[in-house]
Ligand binder design. Structure first.
Ligand code: PLP
Length: 222
């Protein structure tokens, strides 16, 4: 398993390297977030052993059961990238260092109320075909203002997930639009790009790539 993971990671790093050189960018500008949903804590530990430090999870409950076996990994940072329900927001703030999918003032307040300082990103919904979560661009400015006013949230950027397409080029307009919105609001981080389209995301300015399948192989259904 570790050998396979190492090979996949090498391939991903080659893909990242080629995209960076096309874009005239440098590796330290990119954080590779390994999306470990559905995989056991042991998989996270293997990835950590290969040098990965940022991990993404989609379900609060699932991560809650893995977290005790991951408490001894210095420097590991856990990102929440799933749909956040308000009744789980407080727990998420206790478990994760980064919450990438804030899409309402209510959720943001609940996270802040947990009293722990959390890095925050806002998920933006750029088209009706996208996942149900995410704030509409017309409400983004107000949400940014609300999040910035909260004591325990450090707002660093925006996140999006374009509608699925086999053709990575289909994601480009979404990535470009997200970058424009981030620049307009003085936000430096852009979480965009998954296994099939992260090269395009790098070309469009991504700072955080969320990669699952290309690292760990296909996921079994939960
Ligand atoms: C599952 C997931 C990913 C990873 O997708 P892959 O195609 O497996 O790389 C990235 N972001 C989010 C929000 C996800 O839910």
């Amino acid at each position: 398993m570790v050998t396979m993971l190492r090979q996949r990671l090498e391939l991903i790093e080659e893909r990242i390297g080629r995209a960076l050189s096309r874009a005239g960018r440098k590796r330290p500008e990119i954080t590779l977030v390994a999306i470990t949903k559905v995989f056991p804590a042991e998989t996270v530990r293997e990835a950590y052993g290969l040098g990965l430090r940022d991990f993404g999870e989609n379900y609060v409950q699932e991560f809650q059961s893995k977290a005790p076996r991951l408490a001894d990994l210095p420097g590991a940072r856990f990102h929440f990238v799933g749909r956040l329900q308000s009744n789980k927001a407080r727990r998420a703030a206790e478990l994760f260092q980064v919450i990438e999918t804030i899409d309402s003032g209510k959720i943001a307040r609940k996270i802040s109320e947990a009293g722990r300082s959390v890095e925050a990103m806002i998920e933006v919904k750029l088209s009706p075909e996208q996942a149900k979560s995410g704030v509409d661009p017309e409400h983004l400015a107000a949400l940014i203002e609300a999040v910035r006013a909260l004591p325990n949230l450090d707002l660093t950027g925006l996140m999006t997930m374009p509608p699925w397409s086999e053709d990575a080029e289909q994601s480009r307009p979404y990535f470009r639009r997200l970058r424009g919105l981030a620049e307009a609001h003085g936000l430096r981080s852009l979480s965009m790009g998954m296994s099939h389209d992260f090269e395009v995301a790098i070309e469009e300015g991504a700072t955080h790539l969320r990669v699952g399948t290309a690292l760990f192989g296909p996921r079994q259904r939960q």
